[in-house]
Design a protein around this ligand. Structure first.
Ligand code: SAH
Ligand code: SF4
Ligand code: F3S
Length: 476
């Protein structure tokens, strides 16, 4: 029997990676991808709990699958990812069509669980321990969050040339607003040897750029008989891998950004001068309520060190507006930090109280939605202006671009014209179309070129500037 599956992914890069691993698992268990949900026998939602909005969207999407369930009575409708761990049994109540709830710490059991449901028809609930209320020891809780690593499969990846590699699981920071430590479990660094081996195997599959993932990625640390190893050591090891051209890592926590690490980013030619270091807020009073472990002065000092040590460094940040008790004055401190930071871009979020977090328990969500929206738009406009200004410096410059493939717009046009999936069509094309790629500092560049340039590094002279893209011409 040909079993078809469809995975819908929301949330951060951790989820994108987990969906890739789940896809690889299912492909190796004789399932094939479905083009649409309707024709799938297995539908999986890989979910995010970081803000309420993301969860509500999943619940309404699940509600719309009643007719699918009627057509596929034997089908598997699964919820995996962070909301699975957070809501658990509640999901069966709110969405009775669901017959699989699988937390991120149990992802290794996906295909077995699906096989059992297909046989017995009985719903399955597979979760890790509740980190805050299980009554278990720390070691027992940690053991319930399985480090899931499996062989990487080229067919499961969106890109041959780029891949994400998890180097750390979980988080121990417990910022007061954040659900991630509860749903992703205790912080655990993967052994150096495993990471190096995984990157080598990806490079053998043609991968040229890796993005190392962790919630506080710069604090990666392992200890074995031969000593202590830190992020700079890991980067040194990966920098030695032949045919790997670019290494990035996200997201960094502002403390633990040692000069040694910044110097490694500067000195290791394959490590790109791009750092995502979320500040979250610009007022010390709010950083304290958020339980971020640094002051604005320390964050500014970090920015100064980054720009002094790494030439051409691009820094990006996350900010939350409308956190509990945020006054106009405190908000303006964030504006000040955004102006000071000269970030390539910032991801700006309206505070969303998450049940089970400290801020939801301790503080009132007292900034009105309208005001959150205003601060969000205001900050975004300020950041956009800065992004545009920083991009202007690239006009007429020649940048080296790792070409990713046809730009999305071009892919869509190709699909519409040919009526087939975009990739095979594009790879047969000989004529120039709009291609896209990135600079070392992670700026998106579009230019006209042949699709066969994908996976190569090209020199492109920049001719036009927008806040979030550069457009240019190939330098012959
Ligand atoms: N580990 C990363 C962030 C992971 S969550 C770090 O510490 O930098 C991604 C982003 O979502 C956070 O940086 C934060 O800006 C935002 N976020 C997290 N919880 C939130 C909440 N309750 N409401 C609004 N935004 C939130
Ligand atoms: Fe959440 Fe803070 Fe951990 Fe980032 S560091 S995942 S914001 S608790
Ligand atoms: Fe990522 Fe959302 Fe989970 S941001 S770690 S998918 S809660």
């Amino acid at each position: 029997m040909n079993v078809k599956f469809y995975i819908k992914t929301v949330g951060c890069q951790m989820n994108v990676l987990d969906s890739e691993l789940a896809t690889a698992d299912l492909l190796q268990n004789d399932c094939t991808p479905a083009e649409t949900m309707d024709e799938a026998d297995i539908i999986l939602f890989n979910t995010c709990s970081v803000r309420e909005h993301a969860e509500e969207k999943v619940y309404s999407a699940l509600g719309r699958l009643r007719s699918w369930k009627a057509k596929h009575p034997q089908g598997v409708l699964g919820v995996m990812g962070c909301m699975a761990q957070k809501d658990g049994k509640l999901i069966f109540r709110r969405a009775p069509e669901v017959n699989l709830v699988l937390g991120p710490g149990r992802l290794n059991e996906l295909s077995d669980a699906i096989a059992r449901i297909a046989k017995s028809g009985t719903p399955e609930l597979l979760l890790s321990s509740n980190r805050l209320h299980s009554g278990q020891t720390a070691a027992e809780v940690r053991a319930s969050f399985h480090q899931y690593d499996r062989p990487r499969l080229l067919q499961a990846r969106d890109s041959r040339y780029q891949a994400m590699v998890r180097i750390m699981f979980g988080c121990n920071k417990f910022c007061t607003y954040c659900i991630v430590p509860s749903v992703r479990g205790p912080e655990q660094s993967r052994p150096m040897k495993e990471i190096v081996q995984e990157v080598k195997s990806l490079v053998e599959q043609g991968c040229r750029e890796v993005m190392l993932l962790g919630q506080t990625v710069n604090n990666w640390h392992v200890q074995d008989e031969s000593g202590d190893y830190y992020m700079a050591d890991l980067l040194e090891r990966l920098n030695d891998i032949n045919d790997l051209w670019r290494i990035r890592f996200v997201s960094s926590y502002p403390t633990g950004m040692t000069n040694r690490l910044l110097e490694a980013v500067r000195d290791l030619e394959r490590v790109m001068p791009y750092l995502h270091v979320p500040a979250q807020h610009g007022a010390n009073s709010v950083l304290k309520r958020m339980k971020r472990m640094y002051t604005v002065e320390e964050y500014r000092d970090l920015l100064d060190r980054i720009y002094a040590i790494i030439p051409g460094a691009a820094v990006t940040s996350d900010f939350i507006v409308g956190f509990c008790g945020e006054t106009e004055e405190e908000y303006l401190k964030t504006v000040e930090l955004v102006r000071y930071g000269q970030f390539k871009n910032s991801f700006i979020f309206k505070y969303s109280p998450r049940p089970g977090t400290k801020s939801a328990e301790l503080y009132e969500d007292d900034v009105p939605e309208e005001e959150k929206k205003r601060r969000n738009n205001d900050l975004l406009a300020i950041q956009t202006e800065i992004s545009q200004k920083l991009n202007n410096a690239f006009l007429n410059q020649t940048v080296s671009v790792l070409v990713e493939g046809p730009s999305l717009l071009t892919q869509k046009e190709q699909m519409r014209d040919a009526g087939v999936s975009p990739l095979p069509v594009v790879s047969n094309l000989e004529t120039a179309i709009q291609m896209t790629g990135r600079t070392p500092c992670d700026r998106i560049v579009v230019f006209n070129g042949k699709p066969s340039l994908a996976g190569t590094i090209q020199q492109v002279q920049i001719k036009e500037i927008a806040p979030f893209t550069l457009a240019g011409e190939l330098v012959r």
